[in-house]
Each structure stands twice: as structure tokens, then as C-alpha cells.
Design a protein around this ligand. Structure first.
Ligand SMILES: *[C@@H]1O[C@H](CO)[C@@H](O)[C@H](O)[C@H]1NC(C)=O
Length: 351
């Protein structure tokens, strides 16, 4: 009798929390554990088939001589990923909206998705507009919008008399109009939390009534993410919107972490790390992120791309990005490249 009640209770719990295709797909296989294999059918698009790749990600156009890094496909350990079909995506999600919110790594993934879609349906018309912090790529025949909002902290930065105040407790001054009603939301924040000096875009940090000159950045990140989670819990209707977190995109500025102590950056790296495990381990922020996400009541799907991206020390623009020869970018990713895999996994989770 007791056993039966427990069973019924369990069934109830599962029928309430389950039922979404995202959960089903994720339960079948861990897409995020695997290794990189050479696939001559890659890349998924080129500079010619995606003419709007932005300068900072267009490594080939910027003169990167090696192309081997474009030829890797992510192979999960326990299953295969379905190949990306842009036409199927647009048909299935006709009339729907996808919004990336975050820093330039969101822009990296947003660009990748628009390229993946455009290059599989090159003849379908599109418009690309930018108003303030929001860029919108629309596939007009399908009424599918793939959007990007630049918003590096997710919580507010407000200009006040004392200066710019980073407010760990508030989001969009309490009204996140743009985010409401979007079908797929993919959030990201992390890289800007460690900025100091002239590129730090705030002067004070506020929690509740307390205004501080600075604080432990990991703690600040955790508090902001908790505030964001509260927003999700209060405002997201799971029947309408699916919420994803983009995960921590790793940088490669220390070769010791991949067993090459003389390498001071990703420059000259032409191959991924072999196997499934990055020797240097995960950045500590990943554990903080996972612990914080686990406290949010509404379902949030983490695109847990850190380990698979850590293996791709060869995937960054290095001297073929924004700064050109004198620049050194081991944080963003060349396109075509690693973010295509983030999107391929996103596709496999929702299709
Ligand atoms: C690189 O990583 C190793 C191992 O964690 C560490 O000991 C070293 O200080 C790091 N080097 C730099 C320049 O950060």
C-alpha cells in the first residue's frame, strides 16, 4: 500500500516536471560528453555561403592559413547528433522567435545560428536590422526571428549621481518586456564579471541598500544569476517559452592547462586536444553556475558546452580576429567553428 502510494506520487512528480521534448532528448543521451573527430563534410558553411559573418569571427577572410580546425565534428560518447537541417528548423518553428541575451559570446553563437540557417536555405529572403542593443535576423517567409540583445551582466547598470552602479538585485528596472513571450531564450553572462580598470563599465556595486566599491566577483556573479533566476521563476510561462543558459565559454591563454607549458596563448594551435577530458579541468565558475541554476524552480536547460569547447584550443581567432595581426583573441571563436556545435546541440534538444 505504502509502496503504491510512493509509486503514484513519483508518477505524479514525473508527469508534472516531464513532458517536454527538451527533457526527453537530454535524458536519452549526454550530448556534452564526447570527442572531436575529423569530418571532411565540415564546415557547415563558408565565408561564401554566409557573407554576413562579422569581421571579428571571419578568421578565413582575415587570413588564417590553416583550415583543419573547420573540419571537426563533435561526437558524443553514447549517441549521434542529428545533422542540422535549416529547412526543417524553419518549418517546425514557423512564426517563432529565438533570442540570445548576453555578451559577445552570445553574438558569436547568434551569428553562427543565422549562418547555419541561411546557408541551408540560401534562397529564402531575410532582413537584418539593429535597433539600439537589439539585432534581429528575420527569415521573412517563415516569420522566424533570430534575435540578439547585448546585455553583458543580465542585471542592471544604472547611471546615478555617484556614478554607474551595477545593481545585483534588479533586472531591466523590473520590466523585461523584450524577453517576455519569446519562444526560445538563450542567456549568457560571465566574461565581463572579471573586468577591472578602464574597461569595467561600472563604478559601484549595489546589493539591497548596500553600495560597495567592489566585491568578490564570483560572489557578485552568483548573486546576479540568482536575481536572474528569480526573474525566470516569476515571469516565464513554460508552456510558451523554453529557457536555456549558454554555459561558460572557455579561453585559452595558458598552455600548461593542455600539457604544453611553453604555449602562452592559443596562437598557432591547429588541432583540438585529443579525447574527452581537458587536462586542466573546468574553470571554477562552472560549479558556481551549476549550483545556482539548480536552485531555480522553473526548468532551465544548460548548454553545458565548457568541456567540449575547452578541447578546442585551435578554434579561436588568435591573430586573425578583431585586432588582426597585432590582436590576440583566444576568447571568441572563428566562424565556421565551435559555436556551430553549440547550436547543433541546441537544435538536437528542441527539434
Ligand atoms: C597556468 O596554469 C598553471 C596550472 O594551473 C599555473 O600554475 C600557472 O600559474 C598558470 N600561468 C599563468 C601565466 O597564469
Amino acid at each position: 500500500m505504502l509502496f503504491r502510494s510512493v509509486l503514484i506520487l513519483l508518477l505524479l512528480i514525473f508527469s508534472v516536471s516531464g513532458g517536454s521534448t527538451v527533457a526527453d532528448a537530454a535524458e536519452e543521451c549526454n550530448f556534452f560528453a564526447g570527442s572531436w573527430v575529423v569530418d571532411e563534410s565540415y564546415p557547415l558553411y563558408t565565408a561564401a555561403s554566409c557573407p554576413f559573418v562579422e569581421h571579428e569571427f571571419s578568421c578565413v577572410k582575415n587570413g588564417r592559413p590553416d583550415l583543419g580546425y573547420t573540419k571537426y565534428r563533435w561526437q558524443p560518447l553514447d549517441c549521434d547528433l542529428t545533422r542540422f537541417d535549416g529547412k526543417l528548423f524553419l518549418e517546425k518553428f514557423r512564426g517563432k522567435s529565438i533570442l540570445f541575451v548576453g555578451d559577445s559570446l552570445s553574438r558569436n553563437q547568434w551569428q553562427s545560428l543565422t549562418c547555419m540557417l541561411h546557408s541551408t536555405v540560401p534562397n529564402t529572403p531575410y532582413t537584418l536590422t539593429r535597433v539600439g542593443d537589439v539585432s534581429t535576423f528575420t527569415f521573412t517567409e517563415y516569420e522566424v526571428k533570430v534575435m540578439l540583445e547585448r546585455n553583458v551582466f543580465l542585471v542592471d547598470v544604472v547611471k546615478e549621481e555617484i556614478g554607474r552602479v551595477l545593481k545585483l538585485d534588479t533586472i531591466n528596472g523590473g520590466s523585461a518586456k523584450l524577453w517576455e513571450g519569446i519562444d526560445f531564450l538563450i542567456f549568457n553572462t560571465w566574461h565581463w564579471w572579471n573586468r577591472r580598470g578602464p574597461s569595467q563599465p561600472w563604478d559601484y556595486i549595489q546589493i539591497g541598500k548596500e553600495v560597495l566599491k567592489d566585491m568578490d566577483r564570483m560572489v557578485a556573479f552568483e548573486k546576479a544569476l540568482t536575481t536572474w533566476g528569480r526573474w525566470v521563476d516569476l515571469n516565464i510561462d513554460p508552456r510558451k517559452s523554453k529557457v536555456f543558459f549558454q554555459g561558460i565559454s572557455p579561453s585559452h591563454y595558458n598552455g600548461t592547462l593542455w600539457g604544453e607549458p611553453r604555449a602562452k596563448s592559443c596562437a598557432g594551435q591547429r588541432e583540438p586536444v585529443a579525447g574527452s577530458i581537458y587536462p586542466g579541468g573546468l574553470p571554477p565558475v562552472v560549479a558556481v553556475l551549476k549550483a545556482t541554476l539548480s536552485k531555480i524552480k522553473k526548468s532551465i536547460h544548460l548548454l553545458d558546452v565548457t568541456e567540449l569547447s575547452l578541447l578546442r584550443k585551435d578554434g579561436h581567432p588568435s591573430n586573425f580576429g578583431l585586432g588582426g595581426r597585432i590582436g590576440l583573441d583566444c576568447s571568441h571563436w572563428c566562424l565556421a567553428g565551435v559555436p556551430d556545435t553549440w547550436n547543433l546541440i541546441f537544435y538536437n534538444l528542441i527539434i
